[in-house]
Design a binder for this molecule. Structure first.
Ligand code: NAD
Ligand code: TDX
Length: 341
């Protein structure tokens, strides 16, 4: 079986490629990635000599290139993760989100149809559902009410994938997961950003009152769910994936400070993110009942291991945060702190 993984050099993608090589060594994994600021070949350095992993650099929006990769590697199935993934960036510059997440997905769907792939797994997000009040959890039938340019673009790609199933008969499965955490996450997202800042004794910018809630999922639990959905999911179905670990942002920030032995005086409450979703919570009953998935990590243990990984791998994040990204990061970081709440 030849699998095309898009975005395999990003956070979840690199963890997924590694899991696929370990769990399904007989498969060839073709990793198509544009290597944006968020994609790093270094995330897969341990697979350098592995002939079952083939890296091809390119843009999912490039119709001819995508078709050529599918044909040359006789692709049987697609796991689509390539995306612009950061909400704050989508507020600053939405266009590339529409380009990659919407147009890029459409190009891949079309190439998959022409190639006759047996399955297309669309990795979507719980952000398609919008925000929850203090109680309840999103099910697969919750209304889609995305708030940010990021989540609106992901909702579009999610619905395009389902449309390719209903209209053209492409075998599509959609997964919608909650916030992932773990090794190789780019230090712009909450957990790695806070670890990196704390290690530098820099202020930790907490948006608004810090009481927004996210439902945390260990990236390895997520990747196992993706493999199950690929192999056993029913065509045309949506599966929610959630770790059952709802936490307020401020609780996480304090836990990280305790883990690295830094004082809470580093916390800065800053201006809230525009359109900031208040609470996410996922009901994963369907994937548990139908596919037998269950998360293996508890949040406290997973967070401690993740923080330890960032402490032990400072060379990795120093390298991936260098260059152009560094300029963006410094500018944004200064702006956030100037807008203290
Ligand atoms: P990431 O930003 O770490 O990685 C994205 C990858 O896609 C990078 O390697 C990047 O180079 C690649 N890419 C971007 N534009 C591309 C293009 N035009 N052509 C080819 N490659 C391109 O993202 P992530 O956190 O690993 O997320 C992976 C997927 O999972 C995304 O679709 C995201 O929406 C979804 N998701 C993520 C989370 C989370 O908590 N991280 C939660 C729910 C859903
Ligand atoms: O500096 C910060 N301060 C802060 O308070 C950052 C970066 C974030 N936050 C808050 C905003 C959110 O409430 O922390 C929470 C998590 O923020 P992010 O890590 O940016 O993730 P989120 O916006 O929840 O989106 C993530 O989960 C869903 C991923 O980035 C998406 O790709 C995924 O679809």
């Amino acid at each position: 079986m030849n699998i095309l993984v898009t975005g395999g050099c990003g956070f979840i993608g690199s963890n997924l490629v590694r899991l696929l090589r370990r769990e399904r060594p007989e498969w060839k994994v073709v990793n198509l990635d544009a290597l944006t600021y968020a994609g790093n070949l270094e995330n897969l350095i341990d697979l350098e000599a592995d002939r079952g992993h083939v890296f091809v650099r390119g843009d999912i929006c490039d119709r001819e290139f995508v078709g050529k990769v599918m044909r040359e590697h006789a692709i049987d199935a697609v796991m689509h993760l390539a995306a612009e993934s950061h909400v704050d960036r989508s507020i600053l510059g939405p266009e590339v989100f529409v380009q990659t997440n919407v147009l890029g997905t459409q190009r891949l769907l079309e190439a998959s149809r022409q190639q006759g792939v047996k399955r297309f797994l669309m990795v979507s997000t719980d952000e398609v559902y919008g925000s929850l009040g203090p109680t309840g959890a999103f099910t697969e039938t919750s209304p889609l009410q995305p708030s940010s340019p990021y989540s609106a673009s992901k909702t579009s790609s999610d619905l395009l994938a389902l449309a390719w199933h209903h209209t053209f008969g492409l075998d599509v499965v959609v997964t919608r997961c909650s916030n992932n955490y773990g090794r190789y996450q780019f230090p712009e997202k909450l957990i790695p950003l806070m670890v990196v800042n704390a290690l530098h004794d820099k202020p930790l910018p907490v948006y608004g009152d810090g009481a927004n809630v996210r439902d945390w999922l260990h990236v390895e639990d997520h990747c196992r769910a993706l493999l199950l959905a690929l192999e056993k999911g029913r065509a045309g179905e949506v599966y929610n994936i959630g770790g059952g670990a709802e936490r307020k942002n401020i609780e996480i920030v304090k836990a990280i400070l305790a883990l690295v032995g830094k004082p809470e005086s580093l916390i800065r409450y800053v201006k809230d993110r525009p359109g900031h979703d208040r609470r996410y919570a996922i009901d994963p009953s369907k994937i548990k009942a139908e596919l037998g998935w269950t998360p293996a990590h508890t949040f406290e243990q997973g967070l401690a291991e993740t923080v330890r990984w960032y402490v032990d791998n400072q060379d990795w994040w120093k390298r991936v945060m260098s260059g152009a990204y560094r300029d963006y990061f410094d500018t944004q970081y200064r702006a956030r702190l100037q807008a203290e709440g």
